[in-house]
Design a protein around this ligand. Structure first.
Ligand code: NAP
Ligand code: MG
Length: 402
């Protein structure tokens, strides 16, 4: 078989630990034999981030802006332990945070559905894609411990010296207080990313907040979404037969559980943090969640939602066999290749990416899977494969399909 050609480079961001091992296996077994892979390679492994003083992360984000599509391996976000372990010059920031800030993007997380791994919610037939606003609110809040009686106020001082004041509470005794903010520019980007992605995926969009209680703060989110929808996206939604609607967060959770799935659920920062873990777990497994960062300009960065699977990596280093699930990382590659194919009008590449996904799912449906899935599958007598064995089994399925 002739290898599939690519016309534009895909930005490839390598990563850390067990996922770095899987990355190499996926390329060798599932990509290089079939595709004349054209990537611009950035090594975001922690050692190289440290050598380049994290410049490599910035370069990789800039390359994503240049070419439009990237695929990223999971990476370590350093903490004090990692500073020691890797003898770091500094506690480098989360690469995902850096890239997200540079692309001004929103992260969409989608579960990968496969027969044999059943959602806990029986009505769910299609994926529910989570969109979390990743700026501000309680994540950038200022807090004070109130020691005793006194008045707490919100004060805004404009550059011209004018002020706005609001009493938060007249304390009779000790308590706590919190001040948080958001920015129109960030909410607008979030809304645009959500509307663009809904059109791209041909899915309805839901947005939920608590505007009945938060009459200025949450209400503003609701208004920004509605205004941008009316002005920029409504026509395209109507044309594609899609809908956008806003509802209260408590109404949304009830509807989500009763739904069939098949829509994007946009959430404010905290709601998205909590609900995306709930949705991921309820669909079956964190190892079966993909994640894509979409910028309002339409740049895409694909990755797995899970981390570097450190515990498995240490086993691997000791020479023990691992059974780490590579599905989300494979889908990061297939998602990126599909998008690259779509943008370059390269149907052969798009078709290959689709087949790679089908082969992965078919392999699981035939009962060949990693340990994490074998523990929860409804397939009878599953065959538990090693990290490598699972990827090789997918290759066999794929070769038979091509
Ligand atoms: P993790 O890598 O998500 O793994 C946590 C546990 O979940 C694993 O120990 C494993 O459970 C299970 N698991 C996750 N992915 C799996 C897979 N593909 N196959 C099988 N089991 C899987 O989280 P972590 O170990 O707490 O974090 C490790 C590093 O990842 C941290 O340094 C963190 O900074 C980084 N991280 C990166 C990203 C990213 O780049 N997007 C996201 C999150 C975390 P068992 O051990 O029980 O088998
Ligand atoms: Mg969280």
């Amino acid at each position: 078989m002739e290898k599939i050609q690519m016309t534009t480079p895909l930005v490839e961001m390598d990563g850390d630990e067990m996922t770095r091992i899987l990355w190499q296996m996926i390329k060798e077994e599932l990509l290089l034999p079939f595709v004349d892979l054209c990537t611009e390679y950035y090594d975001l492994g922690l050692a190289h981030r440290n050598e380049t003083e994290d410049q490599v992360t910035v370069d990789a984000a800039n390359a994503t802006k240049k070419y439009g599509v990237a695929v990223k391996c999971a990476t370590i976000t350093p903490n004090a332990d990692r500073v020691k372990e890797y003898d770091l010059k500094s506690m480098w920031k989360s690469p995902n945070g850096t890239i997200r800030a540079m692309l001004d993007g929103t992260v969409f997380r989608a579960p990968i559905l496969v027969r044999g791994i059943e959602p806990y919610v029986k009505t769910w037939k299609k994926p529910i894609v989570m969109a979390r606003h990743a700026y501000g609110d309680v994540y950038k809040a200022s807090e004070i411990r109130i020691p005793g009686p006194g008045t707490c106020e919100l004060v805004f001082t404009g550059e011209d010296g004018s002020t706005q004041r609001e009493t938060i509470h007249q304390f009779q005794g000790p308590g706590i207080v919190q001040g948080m903010h958001n920015l129109d520019s960030s909410i607008e980007s979030f809304a645009r990313s959500c509307f663009s992605y809904a059109l791209d995926q041909n899915m309805d969009l839901w947005f939920a907040a608590k505007d009945t209680i938060s009459k200025k703060y949450d209400h503003h989110f609701k208004d920004v979404f509605q205004d941008i929808f009316e002005a920029e996206y409504k026509e395209a939604f109507v044309k594609q037969g899609l809908s956008y609607f806003y509802t209260l967060i408590d109404d949304a959770v009830a509807r989500v559980v009763k739904s069939e799935g098949g829509f994007i659920w946009a959430c404010k920062n905290y709601d998205g943090d909590v609900m995306s873990d709930l949705i991921a777990t309820a669909f079956g497994s964190l190892a079966m969640m993909t994640s894509v960062l979409v910028s309002p300009q339409g740049y895409y960065e694909f990755e797995a939602a899970h981390g570097t699977v450190q515990r498995h990596y240490y086993k691997h280093l000791k020479g023990e066999e691992t059974s780490t699930n590579s599905v989300a990382t494979i889908f990061a590659w297939s998602g990126a290749l599909k998008k690259r194919g779509e943008l370059d009008e390269n149907p052969a590449l798009e078709e290959f990416a689709g087949k790679l996904e089908q082969a992965t799912l078919r392999t699981i449906e035939e009962g060949k899977m990693t340990k994490d899935l074998a523990l929860i599958t409804t397939v009878e007598h599953p065959q538990v494969l090693s990290s490598q064995g699972f990827i090789q089994a997918i290759r066999e399925t794929l070769e038979a399909m091509l």
